[in-house]
Design a protein around this ligand. Structure first.
Ligand code: ADP
Length: 195
């Protein structure tokens, strides 16, 4: 499965919760990058300058990182990727990696929220966590990139008929329940998933 959503939509929080409920591993590219930054690895040093500016880390770096993560044993029974793919080139790359491993995507979850709500949430998070990419100018840029690049990713999966769209407004528990419903009842959800 994949979880796609704009910054601040709660995809990281929800991916963790779904991972617990479903017993599949959640893989967040943002978290992996932040762990590298914290550890001061060469990858982290390279990624940090893009992350701080709110830019995407280049596909060559991100793709390779995801490929090697998907080679690990814990993904054999399934996985929930959070924050990847974000570009159509990443979609193509992921298709190849999965095809090689004889795997395929079952469901793509899209978590939605209004831009105003997203900015409000992210500015709140900035005060709490001090994430270096949570200031207003960088937040706006990350949102622009979502609209410019990642919505095309969403469209690709919608064409394949595996997209489930879920409204990310509301309480954390309620959103998790809606996502679980979206995963479990394809017929109901494909109506909600219409564009
Ligand atoms: P958000 O969705 O709130 O921007 P994430 O934690 O998912 O937060 O990602 C943080 C940053 O990590 C992104 O702004 C980007 O720099 C980098 N990143 C994460 N995933 C990807 C990806 N798939 N492709 C390129 N860069 C990525």
């Amino acid at each position: 499965m994949l979880m796609i959503g704009p910054p601040g939509s709660g995809k990281g929080t929800q991916a963790e919760r779904l991972s617990e409920r479903l017993g599949v591993v959640a893989i967040s590219t943002g978290d992996i990058f932040r762990a590298h930054v914290k550890g001061g690895t060469p990858l982290g040093i390279e990624a940090k300058r893009y992350m701080d500016a709110g830019d995407f880390v280049p596909d060559t770096i991100t793709n390779e990182m995801v490929r090697s993560r998907l080679c690990q044993d814990d993904v054999e029974d399934g996985f929930l990727l959070d924050g990847y793919p974000r570009t159509t080139a990443q979609v193509d790359y992921l298709d190849q990696v999965l095809a090689r491993g004889g795997q395929q995507l079952d469901v793509v979850l899209q978590l939605t929220a209004d831009d105003d709500e997203l900015v409000h949430r992210l500015l709140g998070r900035a005060k709490e966590t001090g994430r270096s990419d949570d200031n207003e100018a960088v937040i706006r840029h990350r949102l622009d990139l979502y609209h410019e690049q990642t919505e095309a990713v969403v469209a690709k999966y919608a064409e394949r008929g595996i997209l489930r769209k879920v409204d990310g407004h509301g309480g954390i528990e309620d959103v998790t329940d809606k996502l679980m419903g979206a995963i479990e009842s394809p017929s109901r959800v494909s109506i909600a998933g219409g564009r």
